[in-house]
Structure formats: C-alpha cells, structure tokens
Write a protein that binds this ligand. Structure first.
Ligand code: GLA
Length: 344
C-alpha cells in the first residue's frame, strides 16, 4: 500500500525580544495562521529522495550523502541527514511534496516551519519516538549544524509549543514558558515591506559573534545575565560593543515589562515597548532598513499602538498593534504612502 504522511508547522511573529534567544533572554512570539505542509510519499520508481515544491514549481533530487545545496532545500536535506545519523536510519525512496502559504524570507520563521514539518514527517515515517522538546533540539541542530545560521530556539519552540490566539512568553535559558491569551479587540497586523532577505547571506552570524565577544569580556555566559548597563560596564566596551550590549540588555528588560502589560491587558503600554524595541533594533543592533523604518513610522502615525520589525531584520516584515476596528483604514493609509506593502 502506498504510504502518505501529512504534516504541518506554523510560522510566527515576534512581538518583543528580538535577538535575545541566543543571548539567554526571554521572547514573546505569537504563532500565525500560515504554515508549511509536507506530504511524504513512498517513491516506488527509484531509490532517490525527491523534493517537489508546489510554489517554486521545481523538483530537486537529494544525493545520498546529503550534500548541502545552499538554498531552501537545505532545511529538508539537513533534516534527513540529522535523522539518518542520529537514529542510524537509511533514508531513501521517498518524496517530499512541499506546499506553503507562509512567505519565505520576511521574518516569519519559514525556516523553522519547513524544518519542523519535515522532521515530523520523517519521525512518523520511520516510527521514531521523539518528544516535543527533543523535536525543538533536532530542528535547531538542522539550522545550526547543517544550514549554519546560528539563531536561538525561539522559532522552533514557537512552532512546536505556540498557539494561534495566545502569545508565548519563553525564557530561552531555562525553557520555561507561559501562554498569554490575546484580547479579541486588538490585532497584530503583519505588513511586508517587499524587501526580502536570506539570513545566511546577512550579517546575522557576525552580530551573534559580537554578542559572544562582549559576554566574554564582561565575564558572563550570556549577555542577558546582565540586568543593568552601569558605568563599570560602559568603561570596558568599545562603541560598537556598547551599542550591541545596550540593545540586548534593555530589550530583555522590555520583555519582562511587556509580559506584565500583556497580563494586565495594558496594550497601550505594550505598543510603546514595541516601538522602543524597533528603535533599538535600528539604532543599537543595526538590523533595520529604511523600508522597515518607514512602515513603522507610517503605522504609528496612523494610530497604531506600536510597531516593530519582526524576526531578524535586514528587510522583511513589520508587525503593528492596532485596534481591530481600525485595521481596514490602516491598510488603506499604508498603501497610499507605501504602494509595495503587502498584508498577510
Ligand atoms: C531569526 C532567528 C531566531 C532569532 C531571530 C531574532 O529568526 O532564527 O532564532 O534570533 O532571528 O530575534
């Protein structure tokens, strides 16, 4: 009988706590109703592993040594490679059919979604016992060790443990998390700038390396262990180091405050923190772009409670918090001033 396995994994937006998941900090992602689906079938014709992508309309054949291709199939190839090695399984004669309504390269965590969905398919196919927390680690390993973009675990964790109508508060150090329900009268609107980016081509890894250098200099394992940017610390750092440390340390405090605002349904204050976060990503972490800044400014001028880039930055989308009854007019206003904007 022909086996067919269907799996799916959702993307996310991140509301606060950008670039903290590899700095030992806390984050506030929210799953979105956009996903990547995998339909895994037996390949009855050849021994090969084949990937069919509905959106790219292409077929890719994976070599048996799981060689990296430097493109989106690496998340699937890496998943096969890691499962084959870790569980000593010979993977062959299968077809991955990929279908997605989650845009790629705009900061909505398509990388984690395709990886989690592929891993789920392989786990079912080869009947491997994997807990959710092991799945997070496997997906992270694919990104770090195979694709070689060194993010933290926020995206994988949000895709596996997140919920559509609850914000996930996650302490990335001890992996404790809470789900905070969303108020029905508000919406987090995603606005795509139309400027896409590939993280492996950006200076994401350099930013991460600099964080590690600064943490070492300050004698801590992770920058988020530092709770205050005092004179002592400022004295020890170069200008660039100070800027990056400033973002990380203050952003972590914003997440702690933001969580309380969400619990008290104080969305005005939460929105203000989102904009503060964006300004810090722009001026201190230096991962924003003119287009993202423009969208943030437009949304806030229109009357959003706050806005920020979402995900790593370097292009992609912003997320803006606004009352539901204003969403329609917000969209009209944005399109009038930024005709390339797309709404999800
Ligand atoms: C990317 C990474 C995440 C996280 C964000 C920035 O999405 O994959 O781990 O570091 O950037 O917050």
């Amino acid at each position: 009988m022909k086996i067919q396995i269907n799996t799916e994994a959702n993307g996310r937006i991140n509301l606060l706590g950008e670039h903290l998941d590899y700095n030992g900090g806390s984050v506030l992602p929210l799953q979105i109703n956009r996903s990547i689906k995998v339909l895994l079938e037996d390949n009855n014709n050849t021994n090969e592993i084949i990937i069919n992508s509905r959106q790219y309309k292409e077929q890719i054949i994976i070599t048996s040594d799981f060689r990296k291709q430097d493109g989106w199939p690496d998340f699937i190839i890496g998943s096969c490679s890691i499962i084959a090695t870790k569980y000593n399984i010979k993977i062959s004669k299968i077809i991955f059919n990929i279908d997605s309504n989650l845009p790629i390269g705009i900061g909505l965590s398509s990388s984690a979604a395709i990886t989690v969905s592929t891993l789920r398919a392989l786990i079912k196919k080869y009947k491997i016992n994997v807990t959710d927390s092991e799945l997070v680690e496997l997906a992270l390993q694919v990104e770090r060790d195979f694709v070689k973009v060194g993010g933290g675990l926020m995206d994988q964790f949000a895709s596996i443990y997140g919920k559509l109508n609850s914000i996930l508060f996650l302490n990335t150090l001890n992996k404790k998390y809470e789900l905070i329900p969303l108020l029905p009268d508000y919406e987090f609107v995603i606005i795509d700038s139309g400027e896409s980016r590939i993280l492996s081509n950006s200076n994401f890894n350099q930013k991460k390396n600099l964080c590690e250098v600064v943490a070492k200099k300050l004698n801590v394992n992770y920058l988020c262990e530092i709770k205050e940017l005092n004179k002592e610390i400022k004295k020890q750092l170069t200008n660039d180091e100070l800027k990056i440390a400033k973002h990380v340390i203050l952003e972590n405090l914003r997440v702690e405050k933001g969580k309380l605002y969400l619990l008290h349904t104080d969305y005005d204050s939460f929105g203000r923190l989102m904009t503060e976060s964006h300004l810090s990503l722009k001026n201190n972490y230096e991962v924003s772009t003119m287009n993202l800044d423009k969208l943030v400014e437009l949304a806030n001028t229109f009357g959003a409670l706050g806005s920020k880039l979402t995900g790593a930055g370097f292009g992609g989308a912003i997320v803006t918090l606004i009352k539901k009854d204003l969403v329609h007019d917000l969209k009209k206003y944005i399109i009038k001033h930024y005709s390339n904007a797309k709404f999800l």
